[in-house]
Design a protein around this ligand. Structure first.
Ligand code: NDP
Length: 242
């Protein structure tokens, strides 16, 4: 029970990586609050993950993020762990990129992560301790045809982690990013069987990732076992980018 007594918040916890992370943190002893845009779905996911509660939150709304994070910290007396996981992915070739796609991707992935990290830092600053993990992606580090907007957003997320780590280290707050490869969730369900096989073929470990592969790495990064690790972007991709 490496996270016994810790209070954790996971955004976008209704399915996929967020749900697996909420479950992994709860199994390690943390009291977990998870969020999703729909309250009923968030409550259902919280019950499935063994989390303490499921709350409605749209991370594009800075005020709502700030209010929710402050409320969780107040209710539980502190906030030790925040996983800024909520994110969206929509593919478009350069010539097909609509302004709406740019707006929704940047407001969810970049501004949403930023709002969450800001609010987490405010809540953790008082106790001078805390661990934050954000969800970057291998495509943010290496680029991807047909995913220019998403890749740009995830490059920004990695740099939110690096910059916040520099700024918050003296306050005892660690900030890291994980950069998953292709993980089998709703987000990647649009990939054709051919595209999945191609990815598996390029992956030394010979399979797609599972939400638990990512959740286990996040559980490590927020634990005391990672107490001297900050500002890192940890690839979880089975070796895909090698
Ligand atoms: P899913 O699509 O399975 O889940 C996304 C989660 O984000 C859902 O819980 C959804 O909640 C939530 N969400 C989406 N938009 C918002 C919003 N505006 N406000 C609050 N919550 C929101 O995705 P994954 O689990 O696959 O991905 C999780 C994270 O990991 C994302 O940031 C993604 O970019 C990143 N990632 C995923 C990879 C993969 O291969 N799957 C690879 C690299 C990175 P709801 O719809 O219920 O509101």
């Amino acid at each position: 029970m490496m996270l016994e007594g810790r209070i954790a918040l996971v955004t976008g916890g209704t399915r996929g990586i967020g749900l697996a992370t909420a479950r992994a943190l709860a199994e390690a002893g943390a009291t977990v609050v998870l969020t999703g845009r729909d309250e009923a779905k968030a409550k259902e996911a919280a019950a499935a993950a063994g989390a303490a509660s499921g709350l409605a939150l749209d991370v594009t709304d800075a005020k709502a993020v700030s209010t929710l994070v402050r409320g969780v910290a107040k209710e539980h007396g502190k906030l030790d762990i925040v996983v800024a996981n909520a994110g969206i992915m929509e593919d478009a070739l350069l010539g097909m990129i609509r302004e709406e796609l740019v707006d929704t991707t940047l407001s969810t992935n970049v501004a949403g992560t930023l709002h969450t990290v800001q609010a987490a830092a405010r809540a953790m600053m008082r106790k001078k301790t805390g661990a934050i993990v954000v969800l970057a992606s291998i495509v943010g580090e290496h680029g991807s045809a047909g995913q220019t907007v998403y890749a740009a957003s995830k490059a920004a997320v990695a740099n939110i982690a690096r910059s916040a780590a520099k700024e918050l280290g003296r306050s005892g707050i660690r900030v890291n990013a994980v950069a998953p490869g292709v993980i089998d969730t709703d987000l990647t369900s649009g990939l054709t069987e051919e595209a999945k096989a191609e990815n598996i073929g390029k992956t030394p470990l010979g399979r797609l990732g599972t939400p638990e592969d990512v959740a286990n790495a996040i559980r490590f990064l927020v634990s005391d076992d990672a107490s001297f690790i900050t500002g890192q972007v940890l690839g979880i991709d089975g070796g895909l980018v090698l």
